[in-house]
Design a protein around this ligand. Structure first.
Ligand code: PLP
Length: 343
């Protein structure tokens, strides 16, 4: 597919968006020849967004480059966001805030852990102020923290869970452009990109970036926590579509994507969010033993387990070239050592 005229105009608008540099970019694309051999499978490449650097790295830094720029342009002096106790997004927000001279408030689900492990430990090391609440009350809690801060004379900026809105998604528009340039530079054609999808901003950005840039490969999001048993699957798709719709309007290309561009696999939910099962355990160990590469327990371990299963079932053909997007959650491995060292 070629760039359309509309795509080119939107890319010009995109390049002018306010952004602060937080991540080490571009991240490398590497060959996973030994994993591929162990699976007698297709050619497998990995995009190392675990190497974005700041505060341990991961996918959220790309979104935060746009979100922090937006916060600063609106005069904010502190940011508030929310997530799970082992949220990678919260850790990276704390790092981004520290680097940008903003204070950071994190709303975490559950009660403070007795032992500081994984992301929960790094949140504290990175200087964030922590608040705790039940999972379903996180948005309300962010609003009440914002109100308290305003009453104290601060200017808070609320970053949505996962940094997933039209501003944050621009980070993954940029990532797709980066991937496409790297592949074209090497003369590599990738048939499919596989990645974890949860709050949807990563997928929204990738889908929009692919349309703007004329990238033809399939984009398969492995759902981490949204499933048909919990909600109507099309509801999650609609959430992603809404992010794309707003982001594409902001780039002057309102109708560039459709719902059909969003592909989500709901088959790998296991026993639920944050529960490591055999799928994740085997995938994490196989990647570690064949490639010396660490993937995380909650997101990348599950998406990798799904990719391995799709390869074994030949739903991904041996002649394809697959790019696995490592979105960076190996820090959370420290909180799962007992689950992972089970034989
Ligand atoms: C390591 C990791 N990968 C993938 C995702 C999913 O990205 P998104 O929330 O943009 O769908 C997350 C989200 O929290 C994450 O922490």
């Amino acid at each position: 597919m070629q760039h359309t005229k509309q795509g080119l105009e939107s890319l010009t608008i995109f390049e002018q968006l306010p952004r602060v540099e937080l991540a080490v970019l571009p991240t490398p694309i590497q060959e996973l020849a030994r994993l591929s051999e162990a699976l007698a499978g297709p050619r497998i490449l990995v995009k190392r967004d675990d190497l974005t650097g700041l505060g341990g790295g991961g996918n959220k830094l790309r979104k935060l480059e746009y979100l922090v720029a937006d916060a600063i342009s609106k005069g904010a002096n502190c940011v508030i966001t929310a997530g799970a106790m082992q949220s990678n997004h919260c850790r990276q927000t704390a790092a981004a805030a520290a680097k940008s001279g903003l204070t950071c408030h994190l709303v975490l689900s559950g009660n403070a852990l007795d032992k500081p492990t994984g992301n929960f430990y790094f949140d504290q090391l990175l200087g964030a102020t922590l608040h705790f609440t039940e999972r379903h009350l996180r948005n309300e809690k962010m609003e009440s923290v914002a109100e308290e801060l305003r009453a104290q004379g601060h200017s808070p900026y609320v970053i949505p869970i996962g940094g997933s809105n039209a501003v944050g998604a621009m980070g993954y528009v940029r990532a797709l452009i980066e991937i496409d340039k790297q592949l074209k530079g090497d003369g590599t054609i990738v048939d499919r990109i596989i990645f974890s999808t949860s709050s949807g901003g990563t997928q929204a950005g990738l889908v929009l970036g692919a349309k703007l840039r004329g990238f033809d490969g399939q984009l398969t999001g492995i759902s981490i926590d949204h499933g048909p048993d919990e909600t109507d699957p099309s509801k999650f798709k609609a959430t992603i579509y809404d992010i794309i719709a707003e982001a594409s309007r902001n780039l002057g290309a309102p109708d560039i994507c459709s719902m059909n561009d969003i592909s989500i696999d709901y088959d790998y939910l296991g026993e639920g969010y944050g529960i490591v099962g055999e799928l994740e355990r085997e995938a994490i160990k196989l990647m570690a033993k064949t490639e010396g590469l660490l993937v995380g327990p909650v997101y990348t371990g599950r998406a990798l387990g799904a990719m391995i299963d799709l390869i074994r079932r030949q739903a991904i053909g041996k002649n394809e070239t697959v790019l696995f997007l490592h979105t960076g959650d190996d820090i959370a491995l420290h909180a799962y050592n007992e689950d992972l060292l089970k034989p």
